[in-house]
Design a protein around this ligand. Structure first.
Ligand SMILES: Cc1cc2nc3c(=O)[nH]c(=O)nc-3n(C[C@H](O)[C@H](O)[C@H](O)COP(=O)(O)O)c2cc1C
Length: 350
């Protein structure tokens, strides 16, 4: 048990999960800007070995990143990089601000090492995010932006929302993640199949080319974030579309609707489940994609990462990079430094 788990975690757990998260973001946002905050954050991270990774044309300082949803509005990305994370995926952002679902909408299941959330993309809209993206110093981390659609936008028009967010963030994002897998925006996951997916990917890839030309910069890597609840034939359909439209990688996976093996009473709350119960399924999906694509498609592995061995399992399964969210809540802010040191030293630590 580390100092965070001994002291802070029990205190935070008495409070509403979203309120605790808000306090964490506020603290990080202050610490990343005001002396001696940056020094404290770097001290929490400790030594982080320089084990950089080349992936879809970008040089990541290390394999570990923060998954989308932790820093929806780009309030703490700099601070998260100071904690050792080599990349931060901000968002999911929508064109206009939206409040998301009624609270409470995040539930802790500590006995299961899990969270259930039904946030529904609350965010301040892309314009507010851009004002913060402009002032980021990205010299030592990679920034991904997760693109989403407004709750009320019909699926047939969804592509316009994704394109609008893409246009606004384009010069500031190192890569773009098309989020079509959140379970908390009604029908969003239908974009993963049928006629929707091909159309969406074709239009966004065209937009990618046009924006690169407009800004006179390299095309941004476009990734698709998928759900863990797909069947293998559905996954094959996605992989075909991904290949047809030259998508640069897949992020596997978002939260699950499954409730298998849970013990905590909050298990019946509606929403997406993250954390330890997702780990195995996420690994299976990574293995599957890696095999189906002959190891040619970069995969960002996410789901249930809390330890160094969890990261290693995802890399062994075929992931090039790994992200976490729930692990940061349960293990605390020292998680990135700890994992990266152990990975580098090749220690076996569970
Ligand atoms: C409270 C919460 C909010 C999330 N919001 C988003 C989001 O806005 N966009 C997204 O792509 N994923 C979102 N996710 C999913 C995570 O990015 C990640 O895919 C998932 O939690 C599995 O990783 P983990 O087990 O390490 O938490 C969210 C997860 C949680 C717990």
């Amino acid at each position: 048990m580390n100092w965070y788990q001994a002291v802070f975690s029990p205190l935070l757990r008495r409070m509403d999960a979203e309120w605790s998260h808000e306090q964490t973001l506020a603290a990080l946002s202050l610490a990343q800007r005001v002396w001696p905050g940056p020094q404290i954050l770097r001290q929490i991270a400790g030594e982080t070995p320089p084990d950089s990774v080349e992936c879809f044309g970008l040089k990541f300082p290390n394999v570990l990143g923060v998954a989308a949803g932790f820093d929806k509005d780009v309030r703490a990305a700099q601070g998260l990089s100071m904690l050792g994370f080599g990349h931060v995926e901000v968002g999911t952002l929508t064109p206009r601000p939206q409040t998301g679902n009624p609270k409470p909408r995040i539930f802790r299941l500590p006995a299961d090492g899990a969270l259930i959330n039904r946030m529904g993309f609350p965010n301040g809209g892309v314009a507010t995010a851009v004002s913060r993206l402009r002032s980021l110093n990205k010299s030592n981390f990679i920034l991904g932006v997760s693109l989403g659609k407004q709750k009320e936008t019909p699926l047939a028009d969804a592509v316009q929302d994704y394109a609008a967010v893409m246009q606004a963030v384009y010069p500031y994002a190192d890569y773009l993640a098309i989020n079509i897998s959140s379970p908390n925006t009604p029908r969003l996951r239908e974009l993963q199949g049928g006629d929707y997916l091909g159309h969406l990917l074709r239009v966004l890839q065209l937009e990618n080319g046009a924006l690169a030309e407009k800004h006179r910069i390299e095309k941004r890597p476009l990734l698709v974030k998928i759900a863990p609840d797909l069947t293998w034939p559905e996954m094959d359909e996605i992989l075909t579309a991904v290949s047809d439209h030259h998508i640069n990688g897949v992020i596997a996976a978002n939260t699950t609707l499954s409730r298998e093996g849970l013990t905590h009473p909050a298990k019946s709350e509606p929403g997406g489940l993250s954390g330890r119960p997702l780990r195995q399924r996420s690994n299976e999906i990574i293995v599957y994609i890696h095999r189906q694509t002959g190891g040619q498609l970069p995969i960002i592995g996410v789901g249930g990462v809390q330890t160094t061995d969890d990261v290693r399992a995802k890399l062994d399964a075929g992931a090039s990079l790994v992200q976490l969210y729930t692990g940061l809540i349960y293990e605390g802010p020292g998680i990135a430094g700890r994992i990266l040191r152990q990975l580098s030293a090749n220690q076996v630590v569970s």
